[in-house]
Design a protein around this ligand. Structure first.
Ligand SMILES: NC(=O)C1=CN([C@@H]2O[C@H](COP(=O)(O)OP(=O)(O)OC[C@H]3O[C@@H](n4cnc5c(N)ncnc54)[C@H](O)[C@@H]3O)[C@@H](O)[C@H]2O)C=CC1
Ligand SMILES: O=C1O[C@H](COP(=O)(O)O)[C@@H](O)[C@H](O)[C@H]1O
Length: 295
């Protein structure tokens, strides 16, 4: 096992989904620019393994990277409406600093949190809203070129290219996970796009666990649950990583209630409330994410 594992953006939604699922299974280094309250830190992780640092600070990142075996790189601005100055700084420059430090430190593998927004441009008006429905057989499989629909998506596509470069030049294993919509407890409510790309918390933790365990060169995979509605293939994640998702948005009503008689009733992702339910219709243009600090 490639330990310790450096997790950047550990205090955020994805980071916490991972730590709640596999927090006891690895030796962690946690990095976030915000101090992590005790409730966000797995038992056994000491203060010395918690780094309050900005990923654009090469010295701080190099220090956190010392002797690390694997990296899960999540830190960044997750807003689809994030302005250019913020994505340049947090998502592009920050990712270059993290990947460079990892490659130079001889880290064996790095999982990068890419996004559905790196390929949002494939959701053309002609394809909508059928694309989000079970009957539609259009699929993206990770072999297509990036086609961002916003500057945030441009920054995620750039992160994928940086991963390609650091794999090719340094031999570091890099997997870019185009995460769909992480929502806790149930699929996004009354939001077809979100239900087609739902990633449950337990599937998220399992997927990044697979990224730590598997062997790969350079990969781009989609990070969604095993949803009936979908336009992303998860075959590559299954083949290369051994990803075996448990959840499916079809086991919930459009309003997000578990359907009786399905796996949703009683499963871990059925039992907790959480975000989602904040967007309506097939393709919400609203961006209700909490703004993070800009540049
Ligand atoms: N939540 C989702 O559904 C999706 C998330 N992603 C990506 O996953 C990653 C994590 O997203 P979330 O957890 O949702 O976001 P979040 O905003 O909840 O967490 C991000 C964490 O990174 C930290 N951070 C931000 N900029 C930093 C910097 N410059 N230096 C150090 N720490 C910094 C923040 O303090 C925060 O704790 C992001 O890169 C995002 O683009 C991609 C697709 C979907
Ligand atoms: O990359 C991201 O994508 C998810 C899903 O996108 P949405 O446009 O359907 O909301 C988003 O919730 C998350 O904040 C973002 O980082």
């Amino acid at each position: 096992m490639d330990e310790p594992v450096l997790l950047t953006g550990a205090g955020g939604r994805v980071g916490q989904a991972i730590l709640r699922g596999i927090g006891d299974d690895y030796e962690w280094r946690l990095l976030d620019r915000e101090p992590l309250p005790a409730a966000k830190v797995p038992a056994g992780v000491t203060d010395a393994d918690c780094f309050v640092a900005d990923i654009t600070d090469p010295r701080a990142v190099r220090e956190a990277m010392h002797d690390v075996g694997a990296v899960i790189h999540l830190a960044g601005d997750p807003r689809k409406t994030a302005p250019w100055d913020s994505v340049i700084r947090n998502n592009i420059d920050g990712t270059q600093v993290v990947m460079r430090a990892a490659a130079e430190a001889g880290v064996e593998k790095l999982a990068f949190a890419s996004s559905n927004h790196a390929v949002g441009g494939y959701e053309t008006d002609e394809r909508l809203p059928d694309l989000y429905r079970v009957e539609d057989d259009y699929r993206l499989d990770g072999n297509e070129l990036p086609r961002p629909g916003n500057l945030y998506g441009v920054s995620k596509a750039t992160g994928e290219f940086l991963g390609r470069y650091y794999h090719d030049e340094y031999g570091m294993g890099v997997v870019c996970v185009r995460i769909g919509n992480l929502t806790k407890g149930h699929p996004p409510r009354e939001y077809e796009r979100g239900q087609a790309m739902w990633l449950s918390h337990r599937d998220c933790a399992h997927l990044f666990d697979c990224c730590l365990r598997a062997e790969y060169g350079f990969e781009i995979v989609y990070g969604i649950s095993d949803n009936d509605r979908k336009y992303y293939e998860i075959d590559r994640a299954r083949e290369v990583l051994g990803y075996d998702p448990q959840d499916n948005s079809a086991n919930y009503t459009f309003e997000g209630e578990p359907k009786p008689g399905t796996d949703a009733a009683g499963g871990p992702d059925a039992s907790e409330g959480g975000r989602g339910g904040d967007r309506d219709g097939a393709r919400s243009k609203a961006d209700t994410d909490v703004p993070t600090d800009g540049a």
